[in-house]
Design a protein around this ligand. Structure first.
Ligand code: GLA
Length: 726
């Protein structure tokens, strides 16, 4: 996996399908290659000394090259490279020069964890080899250790940086990227997810132009707006062909991902903590770890890229018993009752769930404090006896004989000004003294960078989870950060608070998932406002969007699938007309779309007609039979819902003996063409039987001619369950 040639000072990192090559020249760590796999050898000639100066100074003592014109692995600010740096340090004397040169390196088997941060893991040492390259500034003794973790079989390279102050005075880290990428060309398309609340992760693609293209969040969360990844492709790249260079940040707070074609038509891209809302004081002897960046390369289009990330995130980022187990079919009380429930209503819903084969009932917002609306009680995680006179136990005891588990909603990171917690600890929220605080949804954010706050939250949640009655937790986060501060933190450390907040959140989550290993945790942030790889390390599924409309979900789930696996996407059948859009959609379309994720319902089952109840029973059984194969299967995007009038996809089981294919008609056009669509990922010679019609097709027919789509009604859909003939 990792080769070092001591004569040419070259590092070659090989996965199953790609290579990544670096070389030390004049002490600088240069980037030579990232692309299709190369045989091991001397690639020195890849480096071309062009000597283009264009006003860029030449470094004294460095005869070889103009720094501004060479591909660098971890560029720093202050010497001859005038492009955007990966690292910027304010030295003890206030200067901001840092000049990292190669010192040494080590190679070790396995993959170390990153202290305090979520990271991809391995189950045995053979799955990964780790290279650590040590670079140092000779004057300030600021040191950077670049970690390269090669997971060959997964076609994954992960990277992060440890910065150590080996000097004698304190320095400030102003900017520390997790990974930087220099390419020797400028012709790229860039793909991103953009969106907002209820319209998350739409796909946008365009050509990269001169200038800096930045995707970022400064909102105190990875956010609904952009997602922390960077995908660069060749202009002609499609789902199934062409180059893709992709990297995802394992982090939930402020991030930046940028790409900038420069003056010589090379491109520098990078990903890491957003420096606009960050700096970090590093005292002598201290170190700092950046979050991890996970990168993959594909020469066969976006599909392979997605498959690489899906497999890795599902099996080597998500943890706990639900990583591999089928998730329960759940019903969430939010769109069923909002705040308007009591014990009697929940019991009725519970009984109905029992009749319908639903396995878990989630009591969403409204069970604690005096919460009849969103204007109070966050922080007071104690049952509201007005609504639930017999406590959680009253509901639990009703559900248990029905074989239904109980789940509950928390929004631990928040506090309502009208709450006992706030009255007792008005100083526990993010706060800049003397400046009025902004409320979002009538709430303030607790300062999780403080240990006493995290301890309080641990104790509050543990008191509920410790009863053993709770099988599932929905962990919400319903506003972004403003007035980020803490009057007790010195001025030169104020910009550490957001990152320290996330270190606090991660350590709180680590304690909870360790101490309550049987609980299924689902993260949420007004739907998908923190759908990121950082939280997937603690919670294997995410409420994908507050928009539960099946038609709107097509784009949201399609966009989410660029990077994240189906097992991470919670998708529920909601009522029709839909509560957000008022779309009226057939039950089967709502089911067919929800089947692609971690499945459940977002409606009042007592209000369903007899016919709908039969459908719930039948489709619930479909999920129970096939849900696990879907969540572990390989997902193929067949028709892009951004295209206009339809969407289609299929999921193929790991052994390729099962394929579930879905087509949804979103817009009817008069006298439309004879629609058919081709599947992917099947065994060409195998015969597949359509479970519903009994029709038989060969894999090569399904992949090359496809299936006819006899659909005529708007929002109608078809789903084919195709099983290999024994
Ligand atoms: C957020 C969530 C919803 C629901 C409400 C409750 O908006 O995304 O699913 O839990 O909070 O207040």
């Amino acid at each position: 996996m990792i080769f070092f040639d001591k004569d040419t000072l070259q590092f070659q990192l090989n996965t199953k399908s790609f290579s990544y090559v670096m070389q030390v020249r004049d002490g600088f760590l240069l980037h030579l290659y990232w692309g299709e796999k190369l045989s091991q050898g001397d690639h020195s000639y890849f480096f071309r000394e062009q000597g283009r100066a264009a006003f860029s100074p030449r470094l004294e003592g460095c005869r070889g090259f103009i720094l501004d014109d060479v591909p660098l692995e971890y560029p720093c600010w202050g010497r001859g490279d005038l492009r955007t740096p990966a690292l910027e340090i304010e030295n003890t004397d206030g200067s901001n020069i840092v000049d990292l040169r190669y010192v040494s390196h080590t190679v070790q088997a396995g993959k170390p964890g990153i202290p305090g941060l979520p990271a991809v893991y391995v189950e045995n040492e053979n799955e990964c080899e780790t290279l650590v390259i040590r670079l140092q500034d000779a004057y300030s003794k600021v040191t950077a250790e670049l970690y390269y973790c090669v997971m060959a079989d997964y076609d994954i390279l992960t990277r992060y940086t440890r910065i150590i102050n080996e000097g004698e005075g304190s320095v400030q880290i102003r900017r520390a990227m997790s990974a930087s990428f220099d390419f020797d060309k400028a012709e790229f398309d860039i793909l991103s997810n953009y969106g907002t609340h209820c319209r998350e992760r739409q796909i946008e693609r365009h050509a990269l132009k001169h200038g800096r293209f930045i995707l970022s969040s400064r909102r105190g969360a990875s956010s609904h707006v952009h997602n922390p990844f960077m995908i660069l492709t060749s202009p002609e790249t499609s789902e199934t062909a062409g180059d893709v260079f992709a990297t995802v940040l394992v982090y939930s707070g402020n991030f930046v991902a940028e790409a900038a074609p420069g003056q010589f038509d090379s491109t520098r891209a990078m990903i890491g903590l957003n420096p606009e809302e960050f700096s970090w004081k590093l005292n002598p002897g201290e170190d700092f770890y950046t979050p991890e960046a996970v990168q993959t390369y594909s020469s066969t289009g976006l599909e392979t890229m997605s498959h690489n990330f899906h497999t890795l995130f599902r099996t080597r980022l998500a943890r706990g018993i639900y990583r591999d187990a089928r998730r329960p079919v759940l019903l969430n009380s939010w769109e069923a009752c909002y705040f308007g429930f009591d014990e009697e209503r929940l019991k009725k819903i519970g009984t109905c769930c029992g009749d319908l084969g639903i396995e878990l009932l989630v009591i969403d917002d409204g069970w604690f404090g005096k919460r009849d609306s969103d204007n109070c009680s966050l922080g007071d995680w104690v049952v509201d006896k007005r609504k639930l006179p017999n406590g959680i136990e009253g509901i639990y005891n009703h559900l248990k004989p029905l074989g239904i588990d109980l789940g509950i909603w928390f929004e631990p990171e928040m506090v309502s000004p009208d709450s006992d917690l706030y009255r007792n600890h008005p100083d526990w929220c993010l706060d800049i003294a003397d400046i009025p605080r902004s409320e979002g949804r009538n709430q303030l954010i607790l300062d999780l960078s403080r240990k006493e706050v995290c301890d309080y939250l641990y104790d509050s949640l543990a008191a509920v989870l410790g009863t053993g009655m709770i099988a599932y937790v929905k962990w919400d986060f319903n506003r972004n950060m403003t007035e980020v501060g803490n009057p007790n933190v010195p001025a030169d450390q104020k910009r550490e608070i957001t990152h320290r907040y996330y270190l606090g959140l991660y350590s709180l989550l680590e304690r909870l998932v360790t101490d309550f290993p049987k609980v299924l945790f689902e993260s949420c942030s007004g739907g998908g406002g923190r759908f990121d790889a950082g939280l997937l390390y603690y919670m294997p599924q995410v409420w994908t969007s507050d928009n539960s409309d099946a038609i709107e979900r097509l784009r949201i789930q399609h966009g989410t699938s660029l990077v994240y696996p189906l097992s991470a996407m919670s998708a529920h059948v909601s009522a029709s007309p839909n509560h957000q859009t008022e779309h009226v959609t057939p039950f089967m379309t709502r089911f067919n779309v929800a089947l692609t994720g971690s499945f459940g319902y977002e409606l009042d089952p007592t209000q369903l007609s007899d016919e709908e109840k039969q459908l719930v029973l039948a489709t619930g059984n479909t999920f129970k039979s096939y849900g696990e194969a879907v969540s572990k299967g390989t997902y193929y995007r067949l028709r892009d819902p951004h295209g206009g009038d339809h969407a289609a996809w299929c999921v193929v089981s790991e052994d390729r003996s099962l394929c579930i294919a879905t087509f949804v008609l979103t817009h009817v056009r008069m006298y439309g063409r004879n629609e058919r669509f081709c599947l992917r990922g099947l065994k060409p010679d195998a015969v597949y039987v359509d479970k519903n019609s009994g029709a038989e097709y060969r894999g090569d027919q399904l992949m090359n001619f496809g299936l006819h789509v006899p659909l005529a009604l708007e929002f109608s859909s078809l789903q084919w369950i195709l099983e290999e003939k024994a």
